[in-house]
Ligand binder design. Structure first.
Ligand SMILES: *Cc1c(COP(=O)(O)O)cnc(C)c1O
Length: 386
């Protein structure tokens, strides 16, 4: 059996262990310490928008706290992009609120502004104004932020930007994660950089960050004994994980470059293939980290389906994955309201995520190219040009 080619595997920079050793040497083996402070500072500098960052145990935890800070309570409604990972929507349910799902538009595959507007008006007409809007930058691609922010402002609804997949992406030169009232990041093992598991809440005021840190450390009031007037959570990032994060921040720009190179690699392979479209930036306002490279297969032209390619990869021990199944089609959310058409559903039916790691070797790339050329019977000679 050939060695496995992963969709997106961790890619260490080299200094992660140095930060972990420092933590051991100074005995900061806790969910606080110099690496946590340092990692937050590194992220604040990288995002470059005067933001305050709270390092947390997961991206999901960051979303949960963002919703709490937006005052989401049982019975409330929260708008959420339908095409996303379930972690975008689950925290709405944790709070006893109801998700209202929105279709994608075809340019960025993210939240459709027209469907968003329709949903807000209809929910208000039905007697409930949504408490927050969760927009996602799918696979690194920024959403149509100007349009979405204008709608959020018009109805005075806070925007939460799920930037779990888009650290390093930009819209009109501004970092993804910094557009909404809150932004969230994930450092799960499959993301562009990782802390093994981890996340962060991006805030625009020290007060909002302080509140997130307070809630994430069991909501202890200022008293010598354990005194609580709020429900708390154990969501802070460990000083060990943050050490990995500090090492990863040293190589983040290289990782973005590496992922973008993988996108170029697929562009080269796909350029003469009929019916294969690589998910790409609509214009120069959008800068994607291309966390994952994704293709859409038009069966009428390629004469092959997404499953043909996926199974051919599988046979060669190469991992690929259909794109996120939209939330409004998930059994667990079958009763949730939905606005839009079939854009997300159609994309789900014929799009495939391809191996996209910044650590793939020339050899692995060659194996990937061979399968694609074989499946789509493209006779054009392929050569590795990196
Ligand atoms: C990974 C991911 C999350 C969740 O992050 P965790 O750190 O795994 O909890 C949330 N939203 C999206 C879109 C993601 O891809």
């Amino acid at each position: 059996m050939k060695s496995k080619v992963w969709l997106s595997s961790p890619h260490m920079g080299g200094n992660e262990l140095k930060y972990i050793e420092e933590a051991f040497d100074t005995n900061w083996i806790a969910p606080l310490g110099p690496n946590v402070d340092g990692f937050e500072k590194d992220l604040e500098i990288f995002l470059n928008e005067n933001v305050k960052v709270a390092a947390l145990s997961t991206g999901t935890a960051a979303l949960h706290l963002a919703l709490i800070e937006c005052d989401v309570n049982p019975g409330d409604e929260v708008i959420c992009q339908s095409m996303t990972f379930s972690a975008s929507a689950n925290p709405i349910a944790y709070l006893g609120a109801t998700p209202v799902f929105i279709d994608s538009e075809k340019d960025t595959w993210n939240m459709c502004p027209a469907a968003l507007q329709e949903a807000i008006e209809d929910r208000i007409a039905k007697g409930k104004k949504p408490k927050a809007i969760i927009v996602v930058n799918l696979y690194g691609m920024p959403a149509k932020m100007d349009e979405i922010l204008a709608i959020a402002a018009k109805y005075n609804i806070p925007l939460i930007e799920d930037a779990a997949e888009s650290l390093g992406s930009k819209y009109k030169g501004k970092a993804c994660g910094t557009f909404g009232t809150f932004g969230i990041l994930s450092f799960n093992g499959n993301k562009i950089i990782t802390t093994s598991g981890g996340g962060a809440l991006i805030c625009h005021s020290q007060a909002d960050k302080d509140q997130a840190v307070f809630l994430s450390t069991q909501a202890r009031d200022n008293a010598p004994h354990y005194q609580h007037s709020h429900i708390g959570y154990n969501y802070r990032m460990s000083n060990i994980s943050a050490g990995i994060g500090r090492g990863q921040m040293e190589v983040l720009n290289e990782r973005i470059e590496g992922r973008r190179k993988m996108h170029d690699f697929y562009a080269e392979i796909c350029k003469n293939m009929d019916g294969i479209e690589l998910f790409s930036e609509p214009d120069s306002d959008f800068y994607s980290n291309h966390w994952l490279s994704v293709i859409t297969i038009d069966e009428s032209k390629s004469l092959k389906t997404r499953e043909d390619l996926r199974l051919a990869f599988l046979k060669e021990n190469i991992e690929s994955r259909p794109i996120w199944k939209p939330m409004h089609l998930q059994p667990v959310f079958k009763d949730a309201p939905y606005y839009g058409g079939k854009v997300a559903e159609d994309l789900f039916g014929n799009s495939l995520c391809l191996p996209s790691g910044s650590n793939l070797s020339d050899d692995e790339r060659e194996r990937i190219a061979e399968v694609m050329i074989e499946v789509f019977s493209n006779k054009k000679k392929y050569s590795v040009s990196q």
